[in-house]
Design a protein around this ligand. Structure first.
Ligand SMILES: [Zn+2]
Length: 798
């Protein structure tokens, strides 16, 4: 597992500070390149770590952005000093120090990443071993008992594959001739699988119970009366959860989704989205040479795994005088006989070798000088084998990926309101897919026995996309943990040697068409292909972004969406971007904003229920009010272009360290024990949003509203405010016309403030109506027809 980022500071430092290489690297050889810069040894790879930086002032913060430092989502401010988390190399840190930016804390080092990956590999292997074959199921007890109020069925069962959280046991039994079923709860103590159990009220005593595993094993037992006189207290509502026990790579997520589709064919289907990713694949490359002005970058014409990796090159001194430069191809072997002078000394420059390869080996490779440098120095004899550098085992597909959505609902015909949860636009955010998988399992496995779950699944059309960016995710799991973007390289030949391989790609959450960097919004780069927030060559250029657009187009019943990221513990909504003047995209109306806040209440309470995590008020609200500007993000697209209520989660709230008396960041890839808790609490939150959608769908009650003050005579100017019975948008006119959807809307009076008031300083009639988030219009007024049952007050100013 390599998690390194090539030193990309040489040119950066020179560009930013105006210093030449000689100043920074005295003592190096000073053979001059055509650009006037000395020939340099090729830069070496450095490891990266996630650190918390202390940024003393706005100027230093701007510097950070200007340098394109890879920032995490989390940021906070204490007494004027800004703290941001960033992914940096030691060289970048040294440079930041010169701008007064200091490291406050090191959050994750390369060593810890390696430990995470090893932990995951062990779990994957363990699961594979456990679930490879049919399991054996043993029923430990099957009892009934009756307390003061009800009769209960209680079952304990054990499966040989119980240590894997994906193993699920289902009980079936008969009550009064009707077959019932429910998923058993898995009980683990101190990471040790104990057994599965079930305790639920029954209307008649079943004679037997059958336990079936999703791996195929089963067992049957008769149900006997519990002999003990001690009756348990009032049992909890039966609700099963906890179906993830390690970080899951894309193939595993889809395998799990397919398994669920097979087990619950009536409730779930898998949707193949039409835009395939570019694939976890690369061209094979080699940089032959040891210095910038004498190196040749060679790139295969075919993908590494399709033959590029088999290509080898040899630069050879033919050891004869006055020999010409000559390229010979033998199968996948390219032999370059370098030109020599009268004393058999090599005279071919890097540029000459590049030209020869492009002419005589063009079937196999293309060649360039190093990063646009002239290549004026003579090359040295050397051999190299081209490689795509990809480290995932061959079992991880290199083909373009079909991104999948799990569609859950009893009626999946578009007739029910749609809800969308999508995760892992950013590859390194490993917890986020687990939130969707856990949510899917809970919805399906609790359907049969939990009334609340059944209600949601029967009345909604739920779409879950576990990983939007599977190529980047594979790269993050197998090659470079801190991968954020997809793997598509849009850099020209100057930045396409493998030294940049961890910096290529498009930020999927900056590639959308609303409030984009192409339109002048802040928080993404349109020019720097290696920036961590590179917006791509054009709006919606990437298949990963196109798929979300396709989903929203194809399923126009989708009304609510959650874009799941990590980390920091944020809960946010539109607007998500502002321009260079800090003018944001249009703010939601006061009524829409009120709805966003009201929904937060449900969702954040559900998150808190798991282990008490509080999503702080300072991290709840429109994106630019609590975090930063994110030009071209997907939630803004869904809200502004598709009218979908769209939120962003940043899972992984800071943890309070009691000993140190401070909040500590959890990072992108916390130890699984923490990642697991985050997945559990944010699955609560995602189901909370699904509940909000359900309640919205059942809201057929029009809002009511009143103007304060109302009709009357006033001696001077009056501030008029509106009171509504629920979160609702007010459309109004002040010139006596009928109010319509084209009329003015009551806005917020300011950022994080209440609704505005209307200042009336001359006699005015206000006509208005209110619309709630479900689209119900006050008094069933129809703004599109000719009716007049809108509200009206006249304020007479003397
Ligand atoms: Zn993210």
């Amino acid at each position: 597992m390599v998690k390194k980022k090539w030193k990309r500071n040489l040119m950066l430092m020179s560009a930013i500070t105006g210093l030449g290489f000689t100043t920074l690297y005295p003592g190096l050889t000073t053979k001059t390149q055509a650009s006037g810069l000395p020939d340099q040894p090729l830069p070496k790879e450095e490891s990266v770590s996630v650190v918390q930086l202390e940024v003393p002032n706005q100027k230093a913060k701007d510097k950070l952005l200007e340098l394109g430092i890879d920032l995490a989502h989390r940021a906070s401010e204490h007494s004027g000093i800004l703290e941001v988390d960033a992914v940096v190399t030691p060289t970048e840190l040294a440079m930041l120090k010169t701008f007064g930016i200091k490291v406050k804390d090191t959050l994750i080092t390369e060593k810890e990443w390696k430990a995470r990956t090893a932990e995951r590999q062990t779990a994957v292997q363990q699961e594979a071993n456990l679930t490879a074959a049919e399991d054996s199921v043993k029923i430990l007890r099957a009892n009934y008992y009756t307390n003061q109020s009800e009769t209960f069925l209680y079952v304990e069962a054990k499966t040989s594959a119980g240590a894997a959280a994906s193993t699920a046991l289902t009980a079936t039994w008969t009550e009064n001739g009707v077959e019932k079923s429910a998923t058993l709860e898995r009980f683990e103590d101190a990471n040790q699988y104990m057994y599965h159990f079930l305790e639920i009220p029954v209307s008649s005593i079943p004679s037997s119970v059958k336990i079936t595993s999703n791996l195929g094993g089963f067992a049957v037992s008769s149900v006997t009366e519990w002999l003990g006189v001690d009756k348990p207290g009032s049992p909890k509502k039966h609700y099963v959860k906890d179906f993830v026990d390690h970080y899951m790579a894309p193939a595993e997520l889809y395998e799990r989704a397919n398994k669920l589709a097979k087990e619950f064919p009536d409730l779930v289907e898998i949707i193949d989205m039409p835009n395939k990713t570019n694939g976890y694949r690369r061209l094979a490359q080699a940089t032959v040479g040891s210095s910038t002005n004498s190196s040749v970058v060679i790139t295969s014409k075919v993908w590494g795994h399709e033959g590029g990796n088999d290509i080898s090159v040899e630069f050879r001194n033919p050891e004869i005088s006055d020999s010409p430069l000559k390229v010979t191809i033998d199968g996948k072997k390219i032999l370059v006989d370098l030109a020599t002078d009268s004393s058999a000394k090599v005279t071919s420059t890097a540029k000459q070798v590049v030209d020869a390869l492009n002419s005589d080996a063009k079937e196999l490779v293309s060649a360039t000088t190093y990063r646009g440098i002239a290549g004026a120095e003579t090359v040295s004899p050397a051999t190299a084998t081209l490689t795509d550098g990809l480290k995932a085992p061959a079992s991880v597909s290199r083909d373009p990926f079909t991104v999948k959505a799990i569609r859950i609902g009893k009626h999946r015909d578009g007739s029910k309101p749609g809800v969308l949860g999508y995760a892992q636009e950013h590859a390194r955010e490993w917890v986020t897919p687990l939130v969707t998988i856990e949510t899917a399992e809970r919805l399906l496995r609790n359907y049969a026995y939990n009334g609340e779950t059944k209600k949601l699944v029967d009345n909604l059309d739920i779409f879950l996309v576990p990983t939007v960016n599977p190529d980047g995710a594979n790269y993050s799991f197998y090659d470079y943990n801190m991968q954020r973007k997809n793997m598509t390289n849009y850099c020209g030949q100057d930045k396409s040697d493998q030294g940049f391989r961890n910096s290529w790609g498009v930020d999927i959450n900056r590639n959308h068409s609303v409030g984009s960097a192409f339109d002048g919004y802040v928080g993404a780069s349109t020019t720097n292909c290696t920036s961590s927030t590179y917006a791509g060559p054009s709006e919606t250029s990437e298949p990963e972004a196109k798929n979300i657009v396709w989903l929203a187009d194809k399923f126009s019943n989708i009304k609510f969406a959650m874009n799941i990221h990590s980390y920091g513990g944020y809960f946010m909504w539109s607007p998500g971007a502002y321009d260079a003047n800090r003018t944001t995209l249009p703010r939601p109306t006061a009524g829409e904003e009120a709805f966003y806040w009201a929904a937060s209440d449900t969702i954040l309470n559900d998150i808190q229920d798991h282990r008490g995590t509080v999503i702080l008020p300072s991290r709840t609200g429109p994106v630019p009010d609590v975090l930063y500007s994110a030009a071209g993000n997907s939630a803004d697209y869904l809200w502004y272009a598709k009218g979908i209520y769209a939120w962003d989660f940043e899972v992984g709230a800071d943890l309070w360290n009691k000993d140190r008396q401070r909040w500590e960041a959890v990072g992108f890839q916390p130890a699984f024990s923490e990642g697991h808790e985050e997945a559990m609490e944010f699955a609560n939150g995602l189901i909370g949003m699904i509940k909000v959608a359900y309640n919205n769908s059942k809201d057929h009650q029009p809002p009511s509203s009143k103007a304060v003050p109302g009709n009357g005579k006033f001696s001077g100017p009056v501030e008029v405010s509106f009171e509504t019975s629920e979160a609702a948008t007010i459309y109004y006119t002040l010139d006596g016309r009928r109010p319509t959807f084209e009329s003015e809307k009551i806005k917020l009076s300011g950022i994080r403030e209440d609704a505005e008031t209307l200042k009336v300083d001359k006699t005015t009639t206000i006509n208005w109506f209110a619309v709630d988030a479900a689209g119900n219009i006050e008094k069933n007024y129809n703004p599109l027809s000719k009716g007049n049952n809108f509200n009206s007050v006249t304020l007479t100013i003397k």
